[in-house]
Design a protein around this ligand. Structure first.
Ligand code: ADP
Ligand code: AMP
Length: 206
């Protein structure tokens, strides 16, 4: 099954992706995580990507498209994949249609006024990428799954988030219409308990 997770920053894509990838035994491909790892190892793409990510802007389409095209060619994607954070523009969606196909697009909707709190309180595992929120961590600073340190992403500050939410409305939200017209969209109310959101996605995916 070739799946896409769509939703604003903080909607819960990463949180649900970890669970879905395990349930359906498909690789979880997060373009944001790929960029963060390239930034860490200071590759040329990482250096370019950082200048956009720090400002809350999108990395240029051609860079994101090339990364995903190469990733989907890998053996582990032969039986399906779960894309988290790609596509983010209509141009990226059109490119994806050229080199692959999409079975379902899970669109996780959360009211805008809840997203800022979710993102600024997010803590991410430095090793496995699991997302947590300070409201539920009770002061813990390590990952419950793998024990690595939790970090706050550099772009999870209020100023950058405002720009990311604006970019989402202008450049990514049009994809809801794009995939609705193709008949592959599954709309999910993401404003509920994590496990409830997961069950409702699984129910609709069948
Ligand atoms: P995204 O990948 O869409 O940017 P994340 O999955 O990283 O979003 O979630 C953003 C923040 O919101 C994290 O702190 C996460 O723990 C929290 N979160 C995710 N899903 C829910 C939910 N259903 N209810 C409350 N908080 C959530
Ligand atoms: P994320 O981890 O999905 O929140 O992404 C973090 C940042 O990486 C975004 O704010 C963008 O700057 C960049 N990014 C991730 N995916 C893409 C993409 N498909 N196209 C362009 N930029 C992206």
């Amino acid at each position: 099954m070739n799946l896409i997770l769509l939703g604003a920053p903080g909607a819960g894509k990463g949180t649900q992706a970890v669970r879905l990838a395990q349930k359906y035994s498909i690789p979880h491909i997060s373009t944001g995580s790929i960029f963060r790892s390239k930034i860490k190892s200071q590759t040329p793409i990482g250096i370019v990507a950082k200048s956009y990510i720090d400002k809350g802007q999108l990395v240029p389409d051609e860079v994101a498209i090339q990364i995903v095209e190469e990733r989907l060619e890998k053996e582990d994607c032969k039986n399906g994949f779960l894309l988290d954070g790609f596509p983010r523009t209509v141009r990226q969606a059109e490119a994806l249609d050229e080199f692959s196909h999409v079975d379902a697009v899970v669109n996780i909707a959360v009211p805008l006024n809840k997203l800022l709190k979710r993102i600024t309180g997010r803590r991410t595992c430095s090793k496995c990428g699991e997302s947590y929120h300070i409201d539920y961590l009770n002061g813990k600073t390590t990952c419950a799954k793998c024990g690595a340190d939790l970090i706050q992403r550099e772009d999870d500050n209020e100023q950058t988030v405002t720009s990311r939410l604006d970019v989402y409305q202008k450049q990514t939200a049009p994809l809801i219409d794009y995939y609705t017209k193709k008949g592959v969209i599954i709309n999910i109310d993401g404003d509920g308990d994590i496990e409830k959101v997961f069950s409702s996605i699984c129910e609709k995916l069948g």
